[in-house]
Design a protein around this ligand. Structure first.
Ligand SMILES: *Cc1c(COP(=O)(O)O)cnc(C)c1O
Length: 503
């Protein structure tokens, strides 16, 4: 098998074999001499596999080239614009990377004595305080390892709160049909029954529908504000009142706080519990599933149920508190994804209390700029100003036989990572574009020009390039259903088409 190398900057480069996949046998290769000192026997020796692992025989340079090549085939925020709506791919300042990698942080052991990590604990405590202030929900756990994990933790706390009041019949969680798929999944994982709320024609929560679903079994409403259509739920105060009057709590999906950070606080809106994807709002290289962190912020009522360990200040000392009577218990192996949390604090500190609102202002301005430039060429399902992301559809292009997937693939050939497509599910042929505050006008204009070029080509009936796209990357259009349903995760299987030698 050979592969054509594609570089975003120079286009097609040259063909080279996928050495990693071709090398089956152990064969001789240059290796650096091992350590001269005698090795101590590993305490794990008896657990080590006795059979050869079937790892391909390659020299060190070949291995390095393999992984560097893979990284070049990938698209990242550092190779180009990455306007994934809801996922928030923003530039990660280099200095924040350096901070997260300082040996005192990166090499700290999760079980190190508190006294030896006071500096680290003081920063994590500061982040807890900052997130409490930003959200208006003063009690914060940093431990959840992702947004979805934060949702699970939040719903577990809500459930524990109801149970502690003897209200243990409340097992229903209402989730709008515009919600991120993790919302119903997390609620189910926490042992709850989810009931879908149909959005109104404006993409917002429909109060009549909400009222009809509220009863004495409802534990919580899970909502996202701004919601996934990029709109602020303008009736948020009334929504929270209705849920509270019915004895439920309001869970906020704060995966993406970009539109409101430093401007408005979920706690002030009536939300009781909220997770924050710090790997979205406060930068962190994320994608491909990690790494991330999903701290959860709660009000006074839910505070006793926060998971352990907790970081507390006692006088001048920071302590890791490992047991609390009403806590839902531990939800992660340590105090949290420290590297991600430090990047978040660095991002918050870089703006500072007085300028945090600029994140929201610039993110919203950039999204509206794109909306304004594209609104005649693409169908806008919910007209008017948007928040941090703008929503378009493929309705006009459908007339020419082109759909959202084709438009997205064509963008790759024009040098851009596509936007989020077919989400939210309530909008047919959705394209959700989130530029973030970190992009320059020049980059955003280049993206809009590409989108307009695609729309013009469709109008002229020049649709073949859309249907053939992408032609430039080394993989063409993939069978995404098969990739999701039947993933091939073991290298020998892919190399020789069998599952041999996986022992
Ligand atoms: C990204 C996202 C999530 C899930 O966060 P993960 O860290 O990927 O688990 C939940 N809700 C919304 C609105 C999101 O955008």
């Amino acid at each position: 098998m050979s592969a054509t190398r594609y570089s975003a900057t120079t286009g097609l480069v040259h063909e080279e074999p996928l050495l990693f996949e071709q090398a089956h046998e152990q064969h001789e290769a240059m290796a650096l001499p091992g350590c001269a000192a005698e090795e101590a026997p590993s305490p794990l020796a008896s657990f080590l596999r006795q059979k050869p692992a079937g790892i391909p025989g390659l020299s060190e340079p070949e291995v390095v080239r393999h992984f560097v090549r893979l990284s070049q085939w990938n698209h990242g925020i550092e190779t180009g614009f990455y306007p994934l709506g809801s996922c928030t791919m923003k530039y990660n300042p280099r200095v924040h990377e350096q901070i997260a990698r300082m040996p005192g942080f990166a090499q700290a052991h999760p079980d190190q004595p508190e006294d030896s990590v006071q500096g680290l604990l003081s920063l994590l405590f500061e982040l807890q305080q900052a997130l409490g202030e930003i959200t208006g929900l003063p009690h914060v756990t940093l431990t959840p390892a992702a947004g979805a994990h934060g949702e699970l933790v939040g719903i577990m706390m809500i459930r524990a709160w109801h149970d502690a009041r003897g209200d243990d019949c409340r097992r229903t969680v209402l989730v709008p049909d515009s919600a991120h798929g993790t919302n119903p999944a997390s609620a189910s994982l926490a042992g709850m029954r989810t009931v879908e709320l149909k959005s109104g024609p404006d993409g917002q929560i429909d109060l009549t529908e909400l009222k009809s679903r509220l009863d004495d079994r409802v534990a919580a409403l899970m909502l996202t504000n701004p919601n996934t259509t990029g709109r602020f739920e303008s009736q948020i105060a009334e929504i929270c009142d209705l849920v509270h009057q019915a004895g439920g709590l309001v869970y906020g999906d704060g995966a993406n706080l970009n539109a409101i950070v430093g401007k408005a606080r979920p706690g002030d809106m009536g939300i009781d519990c909220l997770h924050i994807n710090v790997h979205k709002t406060f930068a962190t290289p994320h994608g491909g599933g990690g790494p991330g962190a999903g701290p959860v912020a709660v009000n006074e009522a839910l505070a006793p149920f926060l998971p352990v360990p907790r970081i507390e200040r006692q006088g001048e000392q920071y302590r890791i508190v490992r047991s609390c009577p009403q806590s839902i218990g531990p939800v992660f192996g340590s105090i949290g994804q420290v590297g991600v949390l430090l990047r978040a604090l660095a991002y918050i500190r870089a703006f500072g209390r007085d300028h945090l609102h600029r994140i929201a202002e610039d993110a919203v301005l950039n999204a509206n700029y794109i909306l304004h430039r594209l609104k005649d060429a693409y169908h806008v399902p919910f007209p008017g100003l948007c928040k941090h992301e703008c929503l378009l559809t493929d309705k006009f292009q459908n007339r020419h036989g082109v759909k959202t997937l084709d438009l997205a693939k064509r963008l790759i050939d024009l040098g851009f990572h596509p936007m989020t497509i077919y989400f939210p599910l309530i909008v047919h042929g959705a394209m959700l574009i989130e530029p973030t505050e970190t992009e320059s006008r020049r980059t955003i204009d280049a993206f809009c020009d590409a989108m307009l070029e695609i729309a013009r080509a469709c109008e002229k009936g020049e649709v073949q390039p859309m249907l053939d796209a992408p032609t430039k990357p080394f993989r063409r259009r993939l069978d995404e259903t098969r990739a999701a349903r039947k993933p091939v995760l073991v290298w020998p299987e892919r190399a020789n088409g069998s599952s041999a030698d996986r022992s």
